[in-house]
Design a binder for this molecule. Structure first.
Ligand code: XMP
Length: 178
């Protein structure tokens, strides 16, 4: 895997340090009471696992399967909900976690659906936000790192299903993106 990485963009120690402060921000912001965390699979899995263990709060966890990239380098422009059942969120404060904010379509579509399903409030958190114009007017409440408009892998993010278990965020070599 390592041989396919052009360079490390954010190393493990820096990620861990930032997760400490993100967890603190979330812990301070959320009102007392139940929180439901919605993790967008599969990209946010690693980020969420490390972040949530830093939040000393009672919370429940649900996962959602949505597809927007279909395995390639470009967003497809549509967001598909792949699960048969949608988690029960009525009246709940939701923390929605995704790996990366790119065009913004995924986060916007899921946040809208959560509101339609009756969530009392939807807060959004991403590990990464690409510095680019979004296709839709959406912002994340908690952003780990702002990055340039480059395709990245590692720490949950993949290219064609690979590299999710790299402990850092890196840029893929062009030769590996075939
Ligand atoms: P949108 O465009 O809806 O995209 O904000 C969010 C989803 O697209 C995937 N994505 C990436 N995956 N490297 C990846 O491995 C990237 O640079 C990248 N940019 C977007 C990701 O699944 C995210 O949830």
């Amino acid at each position: 895997m390592k041989k396919d990485i052009e360079r490390v963009l954010i190393d493990e120690a820096v990620i861990e340090h930032r997760l400490d402060s993100m967890a603190k921000e979330i812990e301070e912001d959320f009102p007392a009471g139940p929180i439901i965390v919605i993790i967008l699979l599969k990209g946010a899995l690693v980020f969420a696992a490390d972040l949530l263990r830093r939040i000393p709060r009672e919370l429940s966890i649900e996962c959602l399967n949505v597809a927007s990239y279909h395995g390639g380098l470009e967003s497809s422009g549509t967001v598909d909900f792949l699960d048969r059942h949608f988690p029960e969120v009525k009246g709940m404060h939701v923390l929605l976690l995704d790996d990366i904010l790119d065009t913004g379509r995924t986060l916007a579509a899921v946040a809208q659906r959560l509101k339609q399903e009756g969530a009392a409030a939807v807060h959004t958190g991403v590990l990464l936000a690409k510095d680019k114009k979004r296709a839709t007017d959406v912002k994340a409440d908690y952003v780990g790192f702002q990055i340039g408009d480059e395709f990245v892998v590692g720490y949950g993010l993949d290219y064609k299903g690979k590299y999710r278990n790299l402990p850092y965020v890196g840029i893929l070599k062009l030769s590996a993106a075939t």
